[in-house]
Write a protein that binds this ligand. Structure first.
Ligand SMILES: [Zn+2]
Length: 425
């Protein structure tokens, strides 16, 4: 099937981390409602960059960037390790009465979303979905009256909707018991996702309405169905939710106004239609799913060699990072068709530039293509074709002449381990 024409999505993330008091409230709201599970994670929102031996590789967020790839992730987002409780509310409207049952709507996303996070996080994120209200929650106004369109800001439509949602659900829901909220809208409200994707997340939004003493600061809204007609919806349609929840954990959009040409199908924050895909290794480190010990920091002048195992399998060295500045660097990782990475058609060494001073949707990550203008190796629908064969194979070298960087793939060993040589000034 032809790819949908209008897949570029505008997610809005009104962060505006203005008041320290509000920040503390947001963080405490998360902390107080959960007992953090034991975790070996060394990155993630609360990690201290200063005492890390990988300091030069932990590029930090730049001032004025709303949603940054830098570490650590700003406060206010949901914790990304341990047991995370997700509140799911299925809503409908008088002008869009629930299509099917609310439990059927919930079942479009679970248990797949929980499994996706378990696989991607190597078991470090236990995602617990709950739906204390089994039926549709009817909003007091017709959908049309909220004025929600693609790219709508929080004010006024979403604030009105969240207020109404809280008023309707509060008798049956203890909002303080959850780390994040998924609002699963009846699929007949608003346009088809083939035409316009409305799904959106408002994260670290401490100005959101309160319920049970906590702000609804990390809330994802999912509309319509991402059904491209290729027959894969039942298997892959849930993937909009892990994408939206990625924002709740502080990750930016990697697609740009031009579409998925920066990162292709190598991260679900770039493409969440079509075949399953994973997060980049950078994101897994940022989320606390990779330990510092699993990162090789190539910050010294000269040549260094690194042995990297497949990102999809647990344990071992997963990522080499070559810092260029306080805000940029190259990440190197091995991608194979394992785990969540269903679409990998040319396994090998993926090389990409991370820029913590580039905002969400502006291209904070760009993948280097080992085979430019090849047309790619994938035949799957909704997988960015050109970058599908981007990984470097043994004998191939990536060169950044301006910065004097060379990254060569020396060979492939057992268990899909790859040896990589980095040369830097
Ligand atoms: Zn997004």
């Amino acid at each position: 099937m032809q790819q949908p024409r209008h897949r570029i999505r505008r997610h809005r993330h009104p962060i505006a981390l203005a008041g320290a008091t509000a920040l503390v409230i947001a963080v405490m709201a998360t902390a107080s409602s959960n007992l953090p599970a034991p975790s070996r994670a060394s990155a993630g929102p609360s990690a201290a960059a200063e005492d890390s031996p990988l300091g030069a590789c932990r590029i930090t967020a730049a001032m004025g960037v709303q949603m940054s790839e830098g570490m650590p992730t700003a406060p206010g987002y949901a914790r990304s390790t341990g047991r995370i409780k997700a509140l799911n509310l299925m809503i409908d409207f008088s002008d869009a009465p629930g299509s099917g049952t609310a439990e059927e709507r919930l079942a479009e996303f679970f248990p797949q979303t929980s499994q996706w996070f378990r696989t991607s996080s190597y078991g470090r994120l236990t995602y617990l979905p709950e739906a204390p209200v089994k039926g549709w929650l009817r909003m007091p106004l017709p959908f049309a009256e909220y004025g929600i369109e693609r790219g709508s800001p929080y004010e006024p439509g979403y604030r009105d909707l969240v207020k109404d949602l809280v008023a309707t659900a509060d008798p049956k829901v203890d909002f303080s018991a959850y780390d994040l909220v998924n609002v699963l809208v009846t699929p007949n409200a608003g346009p088809s996702a083939l035409d316009t994707v409305l799904s959106v997340t408002f994260s670290a939004n401490e100005d959101a309405p309160y319920a049970d003493g906590v702000p609804l600061a990390n809330t994802s809204f999912v509309y319509s169905r991402q059904d491209d007609g290729s027959g894969s919806y039942v298997e892959t349609g849930y993937r909009v939710l892990p994408h939206e929840n990625g924002h709740v954990f502080g990750l930016p959009d990697l697609y740009t106004m031009e579409g998925g040409g920066s990162v292709g199908h190598w991260d679900i924050m770039s493409e969440d239609w079509g075949a399953n895909n994973d997060f980049l290794g950078w994101h897994k480190w940022k989320l606390g799913w990779l330990d510092n010990e699993q990162i090789d920091c190539a910050d010294r002048t000269g040549t260094s060699e690194h042995t990297l195992g497949p990102l999809a399998t647990e344990g071992g060295t997963k990522l080499a990072f070559i810092p260029l500045s306080a805000e940029t660097g190259y990440a190197v990782e091995v991608r194979t068709p394992d785990g969540n990475d269903a679409a990998v058609c040319r396994p090998g060494v993926l090389i990409y530039k991370v820029s913590s001073d580039v905002d969400t949707g502006q291209g904070p990550v760009s993948v280097a293509d080992s085979t430019q203008d090849s047309g790619g190796c994938t035949r799957q629908p909704n997988v960015h074709a050109e970058l599908s064969d981007a990984p470097f194979r043994p004998g191939e070298t990536f060169t950044d002449r301006a910065n004097g960087i060379r990254i060569s793939v020396l060979g492939k060993g057992t268990d899909d381990n790859y040896r990589v040589r980095v040369t830097r000034p």
